[in-house]
Design a protein around this ligand. Structure first.
Ligand SMILES: Cc1cc2nc3c(=O)[nH]c(=O)nc-3n(C[C@H](O)[C@H](O)[C@H](O)COP(=O)(O)OP(=O)(O)OC[C@H]3O[C@@H](n4cnc5c(N)ncnc54)[C@H](O)[C@@H]3O)c2cc1C
Length: 765
């Protein structure tokens, strides 16, 4: 007994007396820490330090404060933004014929270009003082989304100047002179921007671009000045073929120390008029046959003055951080907007088609196999809309949440890829035959582009979400790394010591918390709401605790190796991501007034998220290098096994019920989907057929009853059936006429395009 007391006293002295603790405990741990977590490279450090930690930080801490989630303001359009949606956007939509744009003209028509330029579509993020629209992120997202349901080409063309590009960089970092020089022209559409980072040798590894700028003296406007001699070779650059101003990223060197002592300054961004001598706008690419402008640019020994650096000479070498920060905002708006547009269009059209199209004597939407896919389409679209609104909302709070936007980019584009595949499977041949009637084909062709740009998806999932997320969102690790990098070793040790004690407390809390929640299945966790969704908050809190625990253990066991162990770390990233998606869904449900009709969508979405979290943790634990630690973690987190299941079939069926009939939930879920007027437009035709088939149901019921009684034969083609029913006085002549109109619409809506010999060889691809 006395030995135990003595040991306890010794422990209290060692841990309680700072100097003793620091020397005996912290110092050796600090040495090991430095060894297992090697110092960050400059680009890694800048990527991690750039941007903000937001709701992702809460999820990572293991104990999310759900009241904070609900307190995040709901992102909404202002009256002025709504008026732009109702007027300028609607006018533009009517000008777009996506089949002609993509398959025939391979460019936007001249009048569309001038409408876009002249009506501030390129100026959504530019302040009013420069003639811009100064719209919010949610407006930017909503506008791009709505346009994308009509034409991906138009949406991408509009999206680029409003996301990462000269405008965004100038507003954040430009000198007053640069803003005055460029922003009015960009706002008026007189200048068309592009931004060139990617080249043949550097895509994902954008920090490794081989393009150079060398500080030297040269002649500019007849005078000798200090400037930069540039050499670059870029590809894949959107809008390059029509750009008047080129944003260029390159590595800056100062061998003669004309700017200071440093000879390697690092990545730098400059704005160069494309008319400047030596700037070559090369050939046009043809990305997946899409018609937006995309191409190459290169230059050899092009001399530019120093003040063309964005932000002026003071910003020489600070380009990487600028790009990471601005990219993260763009990633949270543009690609999520396109992904959501795919959801709105696919949900509305596939629901309608599933009802209108009959096989084996009934709507294909009544077959369970189709319902499984249609249910997924609806639920993913609900999640997409929830994430779109919440993520754009963060940017409207002037945040640049780099991990959240990486989650949005990866998961939203992947969800849209999945649901588009489902939409294709349901439409079958109707979606395959390309022509003016096909409203899905161009979205499908363009899907790999969304997957590739702004951080290709494999890289985004495997490196950005957890690789950066773990360090960014963890309450202590980034500060511990900073302590390790402190050039003053004694100071670093002091910082580390205070962090270590907090970190140990955090880890202990997570260990016991995870076990308690595992044993009680999270039943004692609190929920900010009552009702059906309360149980989801409890489970998400439990899984947040599991993430915090597993993340700590993997950093402890694997250290710097964790970022190379992408298959492991990506699974932890998946856990964080699904916690975020579920949070967005629950918040969306609350923000929209807890509509009962939304419940099947919420149920499906959150249960799938929990299922995916269980799957990701299971995969993580199965592959964790230390089997002993894996077993301990599994016992702590899932003492009775992983109980999360995919949503029940009835949930998918409830969603289908909502999508197979006209109604408020269908309208709300697809509110961004463009539906053309009249039957000449493919979406308008499908919608008209859907409504007509519904409205004809009371009349059809009379016919079915007569068939049951034997008054009219069964299995007749529809046109003959209508006439037989009229002859037998089962229906009136007005009702017969209603059915004739319905049948015509139905037939046209399921028809596909065919082309006379020679037409395709002249025009299309
Ligand atoms: C249509 C289109 C428009 C574009 N517009 C622009 C533009 O306007 N301006 C601009 O500068 N660029 C633009 N890009 C470039 C785009 O950002 C790059 O294509 C993208 O960064 C990927 O580079 P890459 O294609 O060279 O692929 P690579 O970098 O060669 O990558 C190949 C694969 O390896 C994976 N990978 C690479 N590194 C890792 C890693 N560490 N861990 C896991 N996986 C990894 C990637 O995820 C990818 O799947 C555009 C591209 C396209 C296709």
């Amino acid at each position: 007994m006395s030995i135990v007391i003595l040991l306890l006293v010794a422990l209290i002295v060692v841990l309680g007396v700072a100097d003793i603790r620091r020397n005996l405990v912290t110092k050796p741990i600090f040495a090991v820490f430095k060894k297992i977590l090697p110092p960050l490279s400059d680009t890694e450090r800048e990527a991690m330090e750039a941007g903000d930690v937001w709701w992702d930080g809460e999820l990572f801490k293991g104990k999310p404060d759900w009241h904070k989630l609900h307190a995040i303001p709901k992102a909404e359009l202002s009256a002025e933004e709504q008026a732009f949606m109702d007027n300028e956007v609607e006018t533009l939509l009517k000008m777009l014929d996506d089949y002609k744009i993509v398959q025939e003209q391979r460019d936007l028509p001249a009048e569309v270009w001038s409408y876009i330029k002249g009506n501030g579509f390129f100026a959504m993020i530019i302040p009013k003082s420069y003639g811009g629209r100064e719209f919010s992120a949610i407006a930017n997202s909503t506008i791009v989304s709505r346009i994308a349901t009509r034409s991906l080409t138009a949406a991408v063309t509009i999206m680029v100047p409003n996301s990462l590009g000269p405008g965004e960089l100038l507003m954040h970092y430009g000198t007053q002179e640069q803003k005055d020089r460029w922003l009015p022209g960009l706002a008026a559409g007189k200048e068309v921007p592009c931004f060139a980072l990617t080249g043949p040798e550097a895509g994902s590894d954008a920090g490794g671009i081989p393009d150079t700028g060398v500080v030297c003296k040269g002649e500019f406007e007849g005078k000798e000045v200090v400037g930069i001699r540039l050499n670059w070779d870029k590809r894949y650059i959107t809008l390059a073929p029509v750009a008047t101003v080129l944003g260029l990223a390159f590595k800056l060197y100062d061998p003669d120390n004309l700017l200071g002592e440093k000879t390697e300054l690092g990545i730098t961004c400059a704005l160069i008029p494309t008319s400047h001598q030596g700037v070559e706008i090369g050939d046009r690419h043809f990305p997946m046959n899409m018609a937006f402008m995309n191409g190459t640019t290169y230059g050899k020994d092009v001399f530019i003055p120093l003040d063309w650096i964005i932000g002026g000479p003071d910003y020489a070498g600070r380009g990487w951080r600028m790009l990471v920060e601005c990219l993260s905002a763009g990633r949270g708006i543009s690609l999520p907007a396109l992904a959501t547009a795919t959801g709105h269009l696919a949900t509305r059209m596939t629901g309608a088609y599933s009802y209108v199209r009959q096989q084996f004597g009934m709507s294909i939407g009544k077959f369970e196999g189709v319902q499984e896919a249609l249910g997924r389409i609806g639920a993913y679209t609900y999640s997409l809309e929830a994430m779109r609104v919440m993520t754009a909302g963060a940017i409207d709070l002037n945040l640049s949440p780099s991990v959240v936007t990486a989650i949005a980019k990866f998961h939203m584009t992947e969800m849209s890829r999945t649901l588009l595949n489902d939409a294709f499977d349901i439409h079958s041949g109707r979606a395959i035959q390309v022509g003016p009637k096909n409203y899905l084909a161009h979205g499908y062709m363009g899907m790999p582009i969304s997957i590739t740009v702004e951080g290709a998806n494999i890289l985004t999932r495997n490196l950005m979400i957890f690789g950066q997320g773990a360090t960014r969102c963890h309450p202590y690790v980034l500060q511990e790394l900073e302590a390790a990098a402190n050039p003053n070793a004694e100071e670093g040790l002091k910082q580390f010591d205070s962090l270590l004690m907090k970190h140990i407390g955090f880890a202990m809390g997570n260990t016991f918390g995870a076990l308690f929640q595992g044993l009680t299945a999270g039943a004692f966790n609190s929920s900010p709401v009552a009702g059906e969704t309360a149980k989801y908050y409890k489970q998400l809190s439990r899984m947040s605790r599991a993430l915090a625990l597993c993340a700590d253990f993997s950093m402890l066991m694997l250290g710097g190796d964790l970022k190379r162990k992408e298959m492991l770390s990506a699974r932890l990233g998946d856990v964080l991501s699904h916690l975020y998606i579920a949070s967005a869904v629950l918040k969306f449900y609350e923000d929209n007034g807890r509509q009962v009709a939304d419940l099947p969508f919420v149920r499906y979405a959150v249960e799938r998220n929990l299922f995916e979290i269980g799957k990701a943790l299971d995969g993580f634990l199965q592959n964790f290098p230390s089997r002993v630690v894996a077993r301990v973690l599994k016992t702590l987190v899932f003492p009775f096994g992983i109980g999360y299941k995919m949503p029940a079939d009835e949930t998918a069926q409830d969603i289908c019920d909502a999508l197979l009939k006209p109604g408020v939930i269908r309208d709300r879920l697809t509110h961004l989907c463009f539906i053309g007027e009249g039957e000449n437009d493919p979406t308008g035709l499908m919608e008209s057929a859907f409504m007509a088939v519904h409205e004809a149901q009371p009349v059809m019921k009379k016919i079915y009853a007569a068939q049951k009684q034997g008054t009219i034969a069964r299995k007749l083609p529809m046109d003959i059936l209508i006439e037989k029913a009229l002859e037998a006085s089962v229906i009136s002549s007005d009702e017969a006429q209603q059915l004739r109109v319905m049948n015509k619409l139905r037939f046209e809506s399921i028809s596909v395009d065919s082309f006379k010999p020679g037409v395709l060889s002249d025009n299309a691809i």
